[in-house]
Design a protein around this ligand. Structure first.
Ligand code: G3H
Ligand code: 13P
Ligand code: ZN
Length: 334
């Protein structure tokens, strides 16, 4: 058993309490590799922002669970080396699907886990979430639960349509599970194809596609039922059209990739939403930069020459999110 405290990581408790009070959201960035991690840490330190490093089940399989955990420990040391004496870094399991996966993460140094029982019948979701909470809280590890189903793919589980969170269930769910935060479904979804063009309208000024509105009424009703309780938004990439255009310009084939407008996320961050999950935007930033180098410098074969620009592009994106969307900058003393 390795405690996250030995690795210099923190759980989400205080971080979320401050974020809810302060009207901002903590960035939860997924990572699978060193370049993403370097970019996340550099932007968090440069902006003095707390940050959540998210690891999915797929990431654990891809990069190796042990290696990822030590990379998170390395992230803390790297942040200190970059000049932040007291970084606030959470290592979080994204979309944990079983008690065993959550336990394995808790036992190996994660400071926070998500148990995603959103696809289960209500009572089963409660029972599973409660079981994870009982185990996690013994070690001061915080737990995110989920109520409501997001459309799209969540690791191996996929749903064609959203089922918005039912605000009538949230008090019962939070009380009976004892979870520390709650992911809700208000119309966001995972991946780069969140809406079809048919669902969108065209903004006459920019010519860009505007998705159908998120269910902010559901968010408001949840907040009224659970005042001050930390709420999480998954599927919150904005799918920057510049990155999509760059990818397509340099040989990619992304058709009608549409995300969540940043101004909507800015609005959400001011509410009880205190954790905003972003993965796809990092994938797009990385792919755009790599494709550009491959086309412009076809003779290049040193990975540092294309992963370096990819890292720089991701850092720019993370910094932009922290400052201009989530508002989590200047929250650390370092
Ligand atoms: O919620 C999904 C995250 O973007 C993780 O994706 O399971 O492909 O690593 P992944
Ligand atoms: P995006 O696919 O919108 O980046 O969402 C990521 C996410 O919710 C990870 O849990
Ligand atoms: Zn998610």
């Amino acid at each position: 058993m390795i405690s996250y405290k030995e690795l210099g990581l923190v759980n989400t408790k205080e971080m979320f309490a401050k974020a809810v009070k302060g009207g901002y959201a903590i960035p939860a960035f997924n990572f699978n590799n060193m370049e993403q991690l370097q970019a996340i840490v550099k932007s968090a330190v440069a902006t003095k922002s707390p940050v959540i490093l998210q690891v999915s089940k797929g990431a654990r399989q891809y990069a190796n669970a042990t290696l990822l955990r030590y990379m998170a420990q390395g992230a803390v040391e790297y942040a200190k080396e970059l000049g932040c004496e007291k970084p606030e870094i959470v290592l979080h399991l994204d979309h944990g699907d079983t008690f065993e996966t959550c336990k394995s993460c808790i036992d190996s140094g994660f400071s926070s886990v998500m148990i995603d029982g959103s696809h289960l019948p209500y009572e089963e979701n409660i029972a599973l979430t409660r079981k994870v909470v009982e185990y996690a809280h013994q070690f001061d590890v915080t737990v995110e639960g989920e109520l409501g189903v997001l459309a799209g793919v969540e690791d191996e589980v996929s749903a064609e349509h959203h089922t918005y969170t039912n605000p009538e269930e949230v008090i019962d769910f939070a009380t009976r599970t004892g979870c520390d935060s709650l992911a809700i479904s208000i119309g966001t979804s995972h991946g780069a194809y969140k809406f079809t063009p048919e669902q969108c309208t065209i903004d006459p000024q920019t010519g860009r596609m505007v998705p159908p509105p998120l269910a902010f009424d559901v968010l408001k009703a949840v907040e009224e039922k659970l005042p001050g309780f930390p709420i999480v938004l998954h599927g919150s990439s904005s799918v920057p059209q510049e990155e999509v255009e760059t990818i397509n310009k340099y040989g990619g084939a992304l058709k009608a990739a549409i995300g969540i407008p940043e101004e909507w996320l800015r609005e959400a961050a001011k509410s009880a939403v205190c954790k905003i999950n972003i993965d796809s935007d990092s994938r797009l930033a990385m792919t755009a930069a790599v494709r550009k180098v491959f086309v412009e410098k076809p003779a290049e074969f040193d990975p540092r020459k294309y992963l370096g620009p990819a890292r720089d592009n991701m850092e720019k994106m993370y910094t932009h999110k922290i400052i201009n969307v989530l508002g989590s900058d200047n929250k650390l003393e370092c």
